[in-house]
Structure formats: structure tokens, C-alpha cells
Design a protein around this ligand. Structure first.
Ligand code: DGL
Length: 268
């Protein structure tokens, strides 16, 4: 696979979560152009049915294809879990999801073979992580936990503090009790909660997020030239609803970048 030169890398998520992947891509592949789509009008995806998630994912990918991106990163675990194979089959550009890269990291990390997976309701219901992990090693114990309150906390900008700690404890206590040594953040919003999550799990547990592995996979497709900042980075941001909150939180999540998202009325 290779990326046609000069084409941007497209990413989409239901909202802000995919910015954790974009942040890593900016860091490791600074010479690329990016187009980020946050489908905040239809957020959240994590509570929707598989059929709806596939439809939304097709529409988001279709919007990015119309902008002639050369590669698509499905920067949403919920969309990757439910729609990756559909997009791979239908699109004429390489498509990278979140699940494979995260599974790869977790397999390299675990010593005890007990792996926890955190995700939205739709990701956990899809069982893609369980299946992908067990396919590599049938002896693994995989404990999945849906964490429906994490995404609203992140979207509200609540990334630490007493309330966050309580919610973290609620979801993670059962995993800790069962002795997992590796926990996959199976949602691109969750790295924004990595501090309270890692603090609760303690030093003996490694927290795995997909962004580094995704950036590595994208880098492989692009080849060695990708890491050379040959021209200034350009990123376009699109949202399907309100821009104000997106711009504000995106600027915080991405550091000091001035984000000016464009609101689009329709993905078609
Ligand atoms: N960022 C999305 C994911 O990685 C979840 C947000 C949502 O529920 O829409 O699964």
C-alpha cells in the first residue's frame, strides 16, 4: 500500500476522541496534511446499533473521500469495531482502524495473559477485542468493561478530580480485582483520562492506547519520507454541529494549536 503524494490523511470520530490519534500523528508524522471530521451532530456513536454505526461511518468516510484524502484513519473504536471491514471493502484508499494496533500493543505488553478492555457499549457488544485477542492466543483471559460515563466526562472537559476518580473506580475495580496486568483503552476518548485511570490501576498494570501503534502503521504506509518535516503541517477540521466547544476543547487537547473547525451542514 502507498499513499498518493500530496494527499491528506483523513480521520473521523464521533467528536473529540479522535484528536488523541491526530495528536500522535502530528507528533510523529509532522510533514503530512490532515483532514479531521468530528461527527458531533450524531455523537455519541457508542450507544447506537451496529447498523447505525456502519451507516454513519460510511457517510463520514464518504465525506473524507470527496476531499480526496489518500488514506483514512478510523479514529473511533466504536466505528472501527463495527464498520472497519465494510470500509475496507468499499474504499479505494488504505483504511486503518484502532483495534488491530491496540491488540498488537497489548500482546507485546502482557505477562500474565489477563487483559482488560475498556470501551463504549457498542464496542464491548461487538466483541471484536475479545475475538482479535483470542485469535492470537486462545489462552488469554479477556475481561471487557463498558464505561458509558467516560465519554460524556471527556466531552465536558472533566479530565480529572473527585467525580472522575469515583467513575474510574466504579468501572475499573472489577478488573483490578481480577488481576489484569494490561488494560486496553478501547475508545479514543479515554486517553484523555489516562492519568486517573493509570493512578487507580497502579504501577503493576500497563495501560495501552492505540494512537502510537496507529501512527506507526500509517508511517509504514507512507515510508521513510513521512517523518521528515519537508513542509509545514496543515490540518483542516470539520464538524457536523456546534464549533465553539469543539474548538475550545480541541485547543486544550492538542496543546497550543489554534483550532478553527468548519461546520458542515451535510456530509453528502
Ligand atoms: N471515540 C469513540 C470511540 O473511540 C467513542 C465516542 C462515542 O461514543 O461516540 O469509541
Amino acid at each position: 500500500m502507498s499513499l498518493s503524494s500530496g494527499k491528506a490523511i483523513g480521520l473521523f470520530d464521533s467528536g473529540l476522541g479522535g484528536l488523541t490519534v491526530l495528536r500522535e500523528l502530528h507528533r510523529t508524522l509532522p510533514s503530512q496534511s490532515y483532514a479531521y471530521l468530528g461527527d458531533n451532530a450524531r455523537f455519541p456513536y457508542g450507544t447506537k446499533s451496529a447498523e447505525t454505526i456502519i451507516r454513519y461511518s460510511r457517510e463520514c468516510a464518504g465525506f473524507l473521500m470527496k476531499r480526496e484524502v489518500g488514506l483514512i484513519v478510523v479514529a473511533c473504536n466504536t466505528a472501527s469495531a463495527n464498520a472497519l471491514s465494510t470500509l475496507e471493502a468499499e474504499l479505494s484508499v488504505p483504511v486503518i482502524g484502532t483495534v488491530g494496533p491496540a491488540v498488537h500493543e497489548a500482546l507485546e505488553t502482557t505477562r500474565s495473559g489477563k487483559i482488560g478492555v475498556l470501551g463504549t457499549n457498542a464496542t464491548v457488544a461487538s466483541k471484536v477485542y475479545d475475538e482479535a485477542l483470542k485469535e492470537q492466543d486462545a489462552a488469554l483471559t479477556v475481561i471487557s468493561q463498558a464505561c458509558p460515563l467516560f465519554v460524556p466526562l471527556v466531552e465536558a472537559g472533566m479530565l480529572d478530580g473527585e467525580i472522575v476518580d469515583k467513575v474510574v473506580e466504579l468501572y475499573l475495580a472489577p478488573l483490578k480485582e481480577q488481576g489484569v496486568d494490561t488494560v486496553i483503552l478501547g475508545c479514543t476518548h479515554y486517553p484523555l483520562l489516562i492519568k486517573p485511570i493509570a493512578r487507580f490501576l497502579g504501577d503493576g498494570v500497563t495501560v495501552v492506547e492505540c494512537s502510537k501503534a496507529i501512527a506507526r502503521d500509517v508511517g509504514k504506509i507512507l515510508g521513510p519520507v513521512a517523518t521528515t518535516p519537508a513542509k509545514p503541517l496543515s490540518t483542516e477540521y470539520f464538524v457536523t454541529d456546534e464549533v465553539g466547544q469543539f474548538n475550545q476543547l480541541a485547543a486544550i487537547f492538542l496543546g497550543d494549536r489554534a483550532v478553527q473547525a468548519v461546520r458542515i451542514e451535510s456530509l453528502y
